[in-house]
Ligand binder design. Sequence first.
Ligand code: ADP
Ligand code: MG
Length: 177
Amino acid sequence: MIIAITGTPGVGKTTVSKLLAERLNYRYVNLRDYALEKGLGEMKGDELELDVDELVENFAKDFKGEDVVVDSHLAHHVPADIVVVLRAHPKLVAERLKARDYSKEKVGENVEAELIDVILVEAIEENENVIEVDTTGKTPGEVVEEILGLIERGVRRRIGIVDWSEVYDEVVPYLRL
Ligand code: ADP
Ligand code: MG
């Protein structure tokens, strides 16, 4: 089974994916590292620019039939059995990205993306089986347990569980307005 873990940068994909892969005894694949290994994409400054179609084609060929947890904000584009969209309060996203020395511009861009469900909407367009999980106020272990519980119960679609417009006022200071 291929489980894709996607979401806005800073929501906790890498932390949760590694833990989930460990629990399931699945292979952990970070799409960026995979692309670099395969020589896909082009470095533009600090950023790796990827051709999503090329990335997906390669991934599909290399991991067909394997048990993989795939970690990336692009993971919802690969042919996955289940796409998990991790969510976090946009303020958490902001604080985590600030701690990573992201520019104000980049922080604002990602906070806005989390606020308006950009990745969720993309994921729904790509895959029938989309499970949304709110990580806010939970430990990575609790998030992994929640994902495992949902998968074991056969849940394949659970969306619309967060609405960050309710906390818009708290988020405004981080936006590029
Ligand atoms: P991403 O890969 O989405 O950019 P990371 O996993 O690299 O996110 O970073 C998330 C940060 O948030 C880590 O420092 C992690 O320890 C922390 N964190 C706190 N709570 C959680 C949670 N419930 N799930 C995932 N990460 C969490
Ligand atoms: Mg990551």
